[in-house]
Design a protein around this ligand. Structure first.
Ligand code: AMP
Length: 249
């Protein structure tokens, strides 16, 4: 069984994003970039499934600039067998990413795609769903448990106020939720080994996919600054402030 794991290079989750003065987006100059945390969880899951013997090959794929090779090397150090970079400097919207992934899938023929539920830069939470629609494959989103069987996967999903367990026929698209697993740190020997694992680079144009954008970002702004807090002397004063100043009760 072969699993494909799409991984995105994003601004590191510890970095406080700065909005560009012209409000066209987030300033990425000299900013630490890392693998999207939900993609890391997807890689971890693929590696665990391989360790359990349910998967024979794990392939990671990223669509992005040349530097996304570092992200792919991280996935190789975590345990992916090989990686593919579809190189482009364009910032693609989810539909375009899904179309590119569909083209990669046509070449790779995986049995299952495990990907992040969401990339923390654009917060779209859309690519997995769009990919499943384009492929006409079942989807199991927000997975907190994945079991692969013969020709099917049993997936527990985190839904509002509870859990839902689904059985999907393979091939299928699964998107990883935060509680699916705890990711591992790549050991130094594995980081060294990852340097020798195959990483195939192809130009986006070689796939013949229409990546025309249908969305236009009008502006990006910082969240409103928080005012300072105040200390109150008593519960009565708090209630009074909530009523008269905050107007919330
Ligand atoms: P999004 O729909 O943008 O929130 O992203 C959801 C998931 O789609 C991510 O966690 C990745 O698994 C995948 N994805 C999105 N953009 C890319 C990309 N440029 N390259 C590879 N995978 C991507």
């Amino acid at each position: 069984m072969k699993v494909l794991v799409p991984v995105k290079r994003v601004i590191d989750y510890n970095v406080k994003a700065r909005v560009k003065p012209d409000q066209t987006g987030v300033d990425l100059a000299n900013v630490k970039m890392s693998m999207n945390p939900f993609c890391e969880i997807a890689v971890e899951e693929a590696v665990r499934l391989k360790e359990q013997g349910a998967v024979t090959e794990g392939v990671s794929v990223s669509i992005g600039p040349a530097q996304a090779q570092e992200t792919l090397r991280t996935s190789l150090a975590m345990g992916a067998d090989r990686a593919i970079l579809v190189q482009t400097d364009q910032d693609l919207e989810p539909l375009a990413v899904a179309k590119v992934l569909k083209a990669v899938i046509a070449e790779e023929n995986p049995d299952v795609v495990i990907m992040g539920k969401q990339a923390i830069d654009g917060d779209n939470n859309a690519t997995g769903q769009m990919l499943s629609a384009l492929l006409d494959w079942p989807q199991a989103t927000f997975a907190s448990k994945v079991e692969l069987g013969s020709g099917e996967a049993t997936v527990t999903r985190e839904v509002d106020g509870g859990l839902q367990t689904l059985k999907v026929a393979l091939p299928a698209v699964i998107t990883a939720y935060l509680r699916l697993n705890d990711t591992r740190y790549a050991s130094l020997p594995n980081i060294m080994k990852a340097k020798k694992k195959p990483l195939d680079v192809k130009e986006l144009s070689s796939l013949g996919v229409d990546t025309t954008s249908h969305l236009k970002v009008l502006k990006v702004t910082e969240p409103p600054k928080r005012g300072g807090g105040v200390k109150v002397e008593s519960a009565a004063e708090l209630v009074n402030k909530l009523k008269t100043e905050a107007g919330v009760i």
